[in-house]
Ligand binder design. Sequence first.
Ligand code: 8YV
Length: 317
Amino acid sequence: MDKVLITGPLIGDSVSRLVDHFRVEYSRNEVMNQAAFSQAATDAWGIVTMTSLSVDRHIIDSSPGLKVISNLGVGCDNIDVSYAQSKGIVVTNTPDVLSESTAEMGMGLLLATARRIIEGDRMVKVGDFSGWKVDLLLGSELNGKTLGILGCGRIGQSIARMAGGFEMQVLYCNRSRLPAKVEARLHLSVVDFDGLLEKSDFLVITAPLNKESHHLFDLKTFERMKASAILINIGRGPVIKEVDLIAALETNLIAGVALDVLETPPSVAEQLKERTNVTLTPHLGSATTEARSAMSDLVIDAVLDVHQGRVPNYVVG
Ligand code: 8YV
């Protein structure tokens, strides 16, 4: 039997659907480390990958029997997709099912940061709350403000829909312009990157990581943003150059930031941890039972589809 390697725990018992067809090697408690992964991949027919594991040329070259890479998540920056394709390997991902959860996380971080919810929580828990006063932890209202969305795919469009409920004005900047009827339905206005930086009161990054977006947010970018702006990153950490972000926060170039993704996870700069205007979460975008269960099903569907000669629902590239 061919081997399928599952590199970390999945939700539910979707893995049981493989056992009649494959020899399954399942890391059911922890995501494998990179060294163990590259070792275990060498005789795999299929692998279910997680975002923290890199599937580079070396791994692809040393796994001659590999036919499918089924990635748990939508972003595939951890995989050398074009090289895999050149070797005839099918690469799949899990979009759609995580859009609402990830968009909700973006809105949650936006509210938490703008309304200083985490600071308030800490203040009460450590005993620093000594009584109500009129200027205690004043935040910034969402209603009527301008929200900029960088990368307006499925997740960005869900955020736009939610922002409509707060009566925000929503701008987007995307690789390609959305169809007019999508813009009209979501009350979206297209802008270029400069316009997004200059006009946004709140700016949410959902863009994928690639050569163009790597370190797109550096000191020069922060200099063009409003001093009152709050930046939210629910995409990929390296879209922001973290040393420049720290400098921008130290010189009040922007008002605050919420990061669900870090430049070099899981390590995090002390200067970010120390600041009250920084909200940090451990890549929880799609972390709901609903999304992660559906993602866990989809990664197994894709492996079975390729094995049984069907085209999986979500092929990358
Ligand atoms: C996943 C994500 O949690 O979909 C993505 O690109 O970043 C998250 O939804 C992550 O990829 C898990 O592997």
